[in-house]
Design a protein around this ligand. Sequence first.
Ligand SMILES: [Zn+2]
Length: 338
Amino acid sequence: MRALELVGFDGPASLQLADRPLPDPAEGEVRVRFHNMALNHLDVFITHGLPKRPLPAILGSDGAGVVDVVGAGVTNVKPGDEVVLYPIVSCGHCPACHAGQEVHCPEMAILGEHTDGTFQEQLVVPAGICHPRPAHLSFEDTAALPLAWLTAWRLLFTRGKLRSGDWLVLVGIGGGVATACLLLGHAHGLKVIATSRDAGKRQRALDLGASAAFPSEGFSKSVQQATDGAGARAVVDTVGPATFDESIRSLAREGVLLTVGATSGPKLELLLPRMWFRHLSLVTSTMGNHSEFRSMLDDVNQFKLRPPVDRVFPLADGGEAFAHLEAGEQFGKVVLSA
Ligand SMILES: [Zn+2]
């Protein structure tokens, strides 16, 4: 079985194709044969040792494929079923797991971050994380869903508590989470404003349902104009220090700044009076619970949503795929084919 192995922490150059023995499922587990897998920024960060994992390691949180073999006691899927994986494995017996709050399980592991992930032809996983894939999507589209769309769903609806009619600003449209927020937000009746330096990406955002799309430079003024001076109910900022000030200036009174990633760096300076005089909230999130994954899939099925896929690379060209994501020029997900 072919696998894309990380053998060092020098970025995409540390990835190479390797041969691994075919794993067998134990009780309660299944082996999935992947058609497609998708990259997340998390995978790129790990190639630089942020965080470090024992090597060689197989990265990848997102995968869609066919159930190949099932272990004893598995009843929710059978060989031949086409599935997509909830990208989180939790202990299943702690108070957080019992409460359906897998993100707070002390033993929570993201596929590919703490355990070997999806960037291989076949992987053994707990049967419980397998879900039927949306019938209207290809395997390539399906593989683009798990981590980014789960993160977007929890961020907007559980953590952000956004509702139909709210103005939502997406800073730097193009990445997986931002494009998922655009499609999910639009489906739920939010009025979405996208920002990008790239005119082509702004046009793509409008084509996907954004109410407006503005250049990145000083975007808060455009947001204030578009909302008749009221500002936006929420801003999703996945960029961090480079855009945070403009994001805060875009918010309405009692608005919510939603942060879920920081591609421009992890530390920032916050002018607190600007926050408290306008009663703003800073709300964080990452990933999501199993129930939120089901809700996300329900939305994708109900609204016939299709995640934008930027490019598909063969598994053997995985290093090239990582370099492409790292360059940041993509719109939608970067996908691998097994
Ligand atoms: Zn647990």
